[in-house]
Design a protein around this ligand. Structure first.
Ligand code: TXA
Ligand code: MG
Length: 348
């Protein structure tokens, strides 16, 4: 299949283009498009054949459910069988925005879209291009992140092309995304709502709106039970080279990374280091990339996946990363980085 590349300014949307892409989606096509979190790979969520195409293009296991994207609150009722009051409060406060909520599904939603589950994940993106496309495509777009299964999510159209060229109908380039990591996911189908994936909308923000929520055991590290979001059990966000996180006092972490890198240099290996503006100059060698200023979580989140993808292009053999817990977004950032590292973490 030949992938078509189109561009539109997010502040001045090409309405003709969006109408044409809407028709493509209604007729079963599969299109990558920008949202405020990461690029999504969209198809008609109510058409089981279209959902199957998404799994094929990503190489994604078919038991890993998709998020349905809507463009207006009135469209929620048709795809869910119940909207708890707390979910309505969150929707009013944070939709459109980087928050995904899980509800019991209605009969309209095919099991191909939900990976066989009785629940459905729903999100209303804020990005003007994403929102216009959902509306034009019939209102219900299933969209996982537009990366090949297991790889870091794409934050630019160029990242999408790296993974999806020749595998999908179209890529719509609406520029770099704003946030850079995927939406917060909260399960509203259980008595005490449970955060399944941390993101830009933090636990504190959610609790200020609806009261106490729980963290999925996988995130809080409390137990070793099976993951609730089926996607969490698969390899995720991973660069090609093995990644090790070194956490603890920052001076000690820098020294440890220098020591580990030195050992690899002696073996003739190429090393990537994920540093910050503050620590960059303290490393002795290797391919050193700053992910941003240590105290600016939003910048770190924004740069995380493009730094991981840059190491793939530079073909490094090993990657060492500092830890980035200290900001409000620290939990969301470290959740992704730990998965990218396959939980290889050294404490210093
Ligand atoms: O920011 C985002 O959420 C992006 C953009 C494109 O909207 N989308 C995204 O989709 O990250 P994806 O498919 O890469 O991640 C969705 C996660 C998966 O881990 C999946 O297992 C979980 O949501 N999920 C989807 N439906 C679920 C359900 N009914 N119950 C539990 N987890 C669910
Ligand atoms: Mg994903």
């Amino acid at each position: 299949m030949e992938t078509i590349y189109e561009k539109t300014d997010k502040n001045e949307i090409d309405k003709e283009l969006i109408a044409a892409v809407g028709s493509l989606i209604k007729s079963g096509g599969i299109v990558a498009f920008p949202t405020e979190t990461v690029y999504g790979l969209g198809a008609n969520a109510l058409d089981e054949k279209a959902a199957v195409k998404i799994y094929e293009a990503k190489g994604r296991p078919s038991d890993n459910p998709l998020i349905i994207h809507i463009s207006k609150l009135e469209d929620l009722a048709a795809i869910v069988s119940e909207v708890p009051e707390k979910a309505m409060s969150l929707a009013k406060k944070y939709w459109p925005g980087p928050l995904t909520m899980i509800f019991p599904k209605s009969d309209l939603v095919p099991y191909e879209t939900t990976g066989g589950l009785e629940t459905v994940a729903v999100r209303m993106p804020k990005h003007p291009v994403g929102a216009a496309l959902i509306e034009a495509g019939g209102g219900y777009i299933a969209a996982p992140s537009a990366n090949a299964s297991g790889k870091p999510s794409p934050t630019t159209a160029a990242h999408v092309a790296e993974d999806m060229d020749g595998r999908i109908d179209m890529v719509i380039d609406g520029g770099a995304v704003g946030i850079g990591i995927e939406s917060t996911i909260i399960d509203m189908s259980v008595p005490v709502p449970a955060i399944l994936r941390p993101g830009y909308i933090t636990r504190e923000m959610i609790e200020a709106c609806i009261g106490a929520v729980q963290m999925a055991p996988e995130i809080s590290g409390e137990t070793r039970e099976g993951p609730k979001a089926p996607g969490m059990k698969y390899k995720h966000y991973a660069p090609k080279a093995p990644l090790v996180i070194v956490e603890g006092d920052i001076e000690k972490a820098v020294a440890k990374i220098n020591e580990l890198a030195e050992q690899r240099f002696l073996q003739g290996k190429k090393i990537g280091i994920i540093a910050t503006d503050e620590t960059m100059h303290k490393y002795k060698g290797g391919c050193i990339k700053s992910i941003g200023v240590r105290e600016q979580g939003e910048t770190i989140a924004h740069n995380l996946y493009s730094v991981l993808r840059a190491f793939d292009r530079e073909q490094v053999d090993y990657i060492y990363a500092e830890a980035f817990y200290q900001t409000e977004m620290g939990q969301a950032i470290m959740n992704r980085l730990q998965k990218a590292a396959g939980n290889q973490i050294i404490h210093v």
